[in-house]
Design a protein around this ligand. Structure first.
Ligand code: DQQ
Length: 550
């Protein structure tokens, strides 16, 4: 294998076509995504010197006019000052009311202590904000008493509350209790720790990349992070990255900035709500004022070995940016790929109302199946025939591994076989199973990577989660974005998301195929199928190519 720079699909079959990644080397967390003066900015944790993680993180920087095509800029932050000499770690952007962006980030200082730093653009009139100046008062927040030197990081976007004071949260832990420390400031330079954290959960371990944002109670639009009180019109999401299991969990609740209290309506346990039930971590959201929406991005790590990463010369992709809003049931979030992906669609194919008998499959032809966007909806009748299963105490991920895509049920497995070789030796199966219990139905969504590659030494964990829909009332829908080595799936209209990394050896380029399948014994009806080839995005093109009037 040659380095990522050569970009030949045969030499670099796992480089993505429309998911963001750097030209080469290591990338992890998205940092400080924001919209400023007509341009979207994405910074990210980057090792500019190699494809593996190092504590000596830099902030790399790319800009976009549409969240799909990106221009690569010079590094924005490098670890060269006493307050970040051992690493510029994750952080967030805030756009101040006078339309000035700032960044707060974690520095690993010369004592290897995690502290929080402030940076501002050198020239706010520069459309791309190339250069960033670190504040002379850095660090602006020191390690709290009683907290270990390496357990205090990732400041959130700041929000401005009723009293004219800014607030941020910072992730930490004490004796295994995960903590979101709360800080107040009037000038974003001088910060004081509030006497109580915004939230803490015993036993959850250190929290990383905390995110705290409002969502409309009614509607899909986003709201600015500083909207804290709309007379009950918003709820607040607290998202925490749990370092111990590398998963992003969230709670929905009510935030009162006067009482400085967050009351969550769901508990945070390993069984509760996750943004994505596959590989998806360190996510960060921002409010996009142009399209009045909240956008979410996350790091999707590799599943191959360190030796593979060294051979490829790069590691890590970003999820496709997703719009995120509160479901009508007010109990969970809904996520959906940003509409801009449609500019890359071509070769639309589809059909309606096709019976898919038990044990059958149908190829979705006419698209480039290794670079595709597919949506499919299933209608089920005879639901009284569904197998019995009491969902209480069931871990859907375990259920999906035990009952993988090759295990015949009654309703299910049915779904898509992505990145499949012609003889199906290789396939990534994204599918549903439906069960009943005392007149209620349970829908389980699985992403089965066990046959995704003929190669060994790859993490092929099967993922699974419940989808909170009633198949008597609504069809079961699936949308899957397929991009060489990433399969990003949205079940139930975006209520359940599962992202996987896969490394096919046969299902590469024109050899890759896409099928709809039903290996259950009961028939299902494909009420609607649409699929597109997805053209290659311009990712990390040279700076001169992008300009605002294009
Ligand atoms: N990655 C960063 C940290 C953060 C972690 C270091 C999450 O700031 O806690 O690269 O993946």
């Amino acid at each position: 294998m040659t380095s990522a720079n050569s970009e030949s699909p045969l030499e670099q079959p796992y480089r993505t076509a429309f998911h963001f990644q750097p030209p080469k080397n290591w990338m992890n967390d998205p940092n400080a995504p924001m919209y400023y003066n007509g341009v979207y900015h994405l910074f990210y944790q980057h090792n500019p010197n190699g494809p593996l993680f190092t504590v000596q993180m830099h902030w790399a920087h790319s800009v976009s006019l549409d969240l799909i095509n990106w221009t690569h800029l010079d590094l924005a932050l490098a670890p060269i000052h006493p307050f970040d000499i051992n690493g510029c770690w994750s952080g967030s952007a805030t756009i101040l009311p006078e339309n000035k962006p700032i960044i707060l980030y974690t520095g690993i200082d010369s004592n290897n202590c995690q502290v929080q730093n402030l940076a501002v653009p050198k020239d706010p009139s520069d459309p791309y904000l190339h250069e960033w100046i670190k504040h002379t008062n850095n660090p602006v927040i020191n390690l709290p008493n009683g907290i270990l030197h390496d357990e205090f990081r990732d400041p959130s976007t700041a929000w401005l509350a009723h009293d004219g004071k800014w607030r941020i949260i910072v992730g930490s832990q004490k004796d295994k209790t995960g903590i979101a420390f709360l800080y107040h400031s009037t000038d974003l330079v001088n910060w004081s720790k509030h006497e109580t954290p915004l939230y803490e959960v015993a036993g959850s371990g250190i929290w990383e990349c905390v995110d705290f944002f409002p969502v409309l109670v009614d509607g899909k639009n986003g709201v600015d992070t500083s909207v804290v009180n709309m007379n009950g019109g918003v709820k607040h999401v607290l998202k925490v990255g749990m370092y111990d299991n590398v998963r992003d969990y969230y709670m929905i609740g009510d935030y009162d900035s006067v009482k400085e209290q967050y009351v969550a309506q769901n508990e945070l346990t390993v069984d509760t709500l996750r943004l994505d039930y596959g590989k998806y971590y360190a996510s960060k959201s921002f409010y996009d004022p142009v399209k009045n929406r909240r956008i979410l991005m996350a790091w999707v790590n590799e599943s191959d070995s360190e030796a593979d990463v060294i051979a490829k010369g790069w590691s890590g992709v970003q999820s496709l940016p997703r719009s995120v809003w509160l479901d009508r049931n007010q109990k969970q979030l809904v996520q959906w790929p940003v509409e801009e992906i449609e500019m890359l669609h071509e070769n639309e194919v589809g059909f309606q109302n096709k019976d898919l008998e038990g044990g059958s499959l149908v190829e979705i032809e006419g698209i480039t199946a290794w670079q595709a966007d597919a949506t499919i909806s299933f209608k089920l009748t005879n639901l009284e025939e569904a197998e019995e299963l009491d969902p209480s105490g069931i871990d859907p991920q375990v259920l999906c591994s035990d009952m993988n895509a090759s295990k015949k049920g009654k309703f299910g497995p049915f779904g898509l076989l992505a990145l499949a070789s012609h003889d199906l030796t290789e396939q990534t199966a994204i599918f549903f199973r439906v069960f009943q219990n005392n007149g209620k139905y349970t829908v389980v969504m699985c992403s089965d990577q066990s046959r995704s590659s003929t190669r060994n030494g790859i993490d092929k964990t099967t993922y699974g989660a419940f989808v909170d829909i009633d198949p008597q009332q609504e069809e079961i829908s699936l949308r899957t974005l397929i991009d060489h080595s990433i399969v990003e799936s949205f079940g139930g209209g975006g209520k359940t998301c599962i992202t996987a990394r896969v490394y096919p050896t046969l299902a590469i380029g024109e050899q890759a195929k896409l099928f709809a399948f039903n290996y259950g014994t009961e028939s299902v009806v494909i009420s609607d199928l649409k699929a597109w080839s997805v053209k290659k995005a311009q990712i990390n093109i040279q700076e001169t190519v992008i300009c605002k009037d294009q």
